[in-house]
Each structure stands twice: as C-alpha cells, then as structure tokens.
Ligand binder design. Sequence first.
Ligand code: SF4
Ligand code: SF4
Length: 290
Amino acid sequence: MKICSKGRERMTDLAELKAKGIIAQKQEGYFVLRFLSDAGYFTVDEMTSLSEVASKYGNGELGLTSRLTLEIPYIKQENLEEVLAFCNEKNLRIGGGGPTVRAILTCKGTVCKHGLADTNRITREMDKRFFGRKLPGKFKITVLGCPNSYGKAQGNDLAFLAVKGVELIEEVCIHCKKCVKVCPDDAFRVDEKYLALEKEKCSRCGKCIPECPVNALKSDKVEFLVFLGGRLGRKSRLAIPCKVKVKEDEIYEVTEKVLAFYNEHAGSGERFAEVIERIGLEVVEQALFS
Ligand code: SF4
Ligand code: SF4
C-alpha cells in the first residue's frame, strides 16, 4: 500500500484511509484498524481472528470504542496490505471514519429487561441501508430501546428511542400501589383511596404495566421518539425529541429523509447540529414531517 510521504498528498492519502477505518497514529509509521461489530456483537470466530490480528501484527491489545467498534493499534504501515488481505479472508469489516454515516450505535434492548423494541433487528437493517453513506460531514445515528438511554439519544445526529405509554383505568384499579413502587419517575399521585397518573411526569418506560395484578394499566403501542441534531465533543448540542413520534416501520423512511435533507443543506464538514442552529429546528421538522 503506497502512502505519499510528503505534504498535502500525504494528508489526502491519510484522510482517504481514515474514511475506510485505517487511522494513522501519532506514532509515525503505525496505524489503528477500526473493526465494525454487528449491532454491538462479534462472533466467537470473529473474536478469534481479531485476536490473531492483534497478536501477530499489533501490540497484543484490542481497544473498545464508544460506537461499538473495536480498534487494533500499532499495525505497521509495511504490514497493512497483508493485514487487510487477512481481514478480507476472515470477513472482518473495517470502516467507520470520514464524512459518512458512522457505525450505528444501539443498546442491548433486544435482551435487556427494560427494552421495549428489538434494537438489534432495527440496527442491523439501519446498518445495511445507511452505514458508510457519503455526506457533507460525519453523521451519527443511534437506535435505543427505552427512556433509560435518553442521554445517549441527545448526543447523536439522529436518534430513535422506544417508548410505551400507559393509561390508568381508574374503575379497575384496586389501589395495591405495585405500580407506584416500580415507577422511576414518581408519575403516580397517590393516597389511601386515590391513584392518578401524572402524564407530564411519565417517561413512557412501560415498567408499571406488567406489575398490575388486575390489568388496570392499559399499554399504548410502542413508538419511537425522534431526536435531531445532537452532538457531543467541543461544540456539544443536546437534542430534544421532535413533536412527531414514529412507528418502527417508519424509522427507515424518516432516516432516508433526514439524510437527504442534511445532504442538501449542509456545507462541507458542517454537522447537522449546525444546520439546525442555522435554519431553525421548527423549519427542519416541518420540512421533514409535514
Ligand atoms: S410508564 Fe414508566 S414512567 Fe410512566 S407511569 Fe409507568 S413506570 Fe412510571
Ligand atoms: S398496580 Fe394496578 S391495581 Fe395496583 S395501584 Fe397500580 S394500577 Fe392500581
């Protein structure tokens, strides 16, 4: 693999490699390889191959990243071609850099007892459709399974977070207060003979529903809050949920629209957060959802 050794051409070469998940270290002549997981999972065979890469070509260490990728540092430049051929043979995916849709982040909603949605399934579909798409700047998407991940949703360019609301059927309630005990948001107002649900406090986590012994808590269907234009880092902007909520099968169409909007309105390197600040969230929401 030839990498120009001087000036601007070298910077271009390195930027192109970075977009492919091959990242120059500050230590001259060494690279980090970034490996993509499958919605946060590697198989045992993949882990065995990754260990082989780290022990044979790296320094024996494998590093975890915040976007569910795994990085192997200290790959010598002269070994890059050989390592990449090995990775190709073992079907290890490398990538996740540059002005593209980055690795789709998710939580363990598929197996977590709080999870309201099959986050693995949705994330795999998102990965298939959108990962690596070239855009004016980097674009981070996350799919989350319950309100416990609210903070994570706020820091991504686009986030979908599953919620499940609840209705209290007062005439059925026997005032056992089991729901009150599990509610993380103190959303029930209660005395000896009275129970009321304060909807503005309820985060729609659905935790109370299975606790009720008499089915006095009626479950809404799962839907997803949509967060636009969050980012962390130096210029952080915490996104708030849009007025519109979506069903699971609408997630892909909404993502397509959001990416098209960003592609059309962002300048080179401009993040979605900046586009929203410049144009105004209401205008953006209207363009996307009306
Ligand atoms: S859905 Fe969650 S936040 Fe809302 S009332 Fe039930 S337990 Fe409390
Ligand atoms: S768990 Fe059901 S019956 Fe018990 S207080 Fe809550 S809503 Fe009423």
